[in-house]
Design a protein. Structure first.
Length: 192
């Protein structure tokens, strides 16, 4: 079974002005597609050809792990964003953020600070901990919480390809604006 590039949950221009259609064209059609293409080359004719992405991520290493995790991370990232996003979370997720971080603005600052601390190529994550709490983590390259049995709630791609077209080297500005399209409904579903 070959993997296919999953459809974006919105049009490429739907996140403007925060992420341009040009940026999504490059990031989604070129970079994400390249992960899928390479993953399919690696699994062709192997026992991994019939596995899910999650199964490959939890059992593979090396290049196969990297391509499977990159494909999964990108798909998850696209769903963390929405043209109807922004604002603040509600309900149990909002309560958990307030419990863990004191306030939503404090959480955002902590998340952005962690994302800025990732000096390489990686991802910033909000995960659900084993006790039902929250934690902000970074992962390098293609690593992801799924590989470690953790529950991801949201992620932001902090590799330069995610923001360079629109923001050049201004990662902080990208991080400030990404909250304006954050899909809190998706994040809350993951938390539940």
């Amino acid at each position: 079974m070959a993997f296919e590039l999953p459809a974006l949950p919105y049009e490429k221009n739907a996140l403007e002005p925060y992420l341009s259609a040009e940026a999504l064209e490059y990031h989604y059609n070129r970079h994400h597609q390249a992960c899928i293409t390479r993953l399919n080359q690696l699994i062709e004719g192997t026992a991994d050809a019939d596995k899910s992405l999650e199964a490959i991520i939890t059992s593979a290493s090396g290049c196969l792990f990297e391509q499977a995790a990159r494909a999964w991370n990108h798909t998850f990232f696209w769903h963390c964003l929405s043209p109807k996003g922004g604002g603040k979370p509600k309900g149990a997720l909002a309560e958990a953020i307030d419990t863990e971080y004191g306030a939503f603005e404090t959480f955002k600052q902590a998340f952005n600070d962690m994302a800025m601390d990732d000096v390489g190529a990686g991802w910033a994550w909000l995960i659900k901990t084993g006790d039902g709490g929250l934690a902000i983590t970074n992962s390098d390259d293609a690593d992801c919480p799924v590989a470690h049995g953790r529950t991801p709630l949201l992620t932001v791609d902090v590799r330069e390809h995610a923001y360079y077209i629109d923001y050049r080297d201004a990662r902080r500005k990208y991080l400030e604006n990404i909250w304006k399209v954050m899909n809190w409904e998706f994040v809350a579903q993951n938390f539940a």
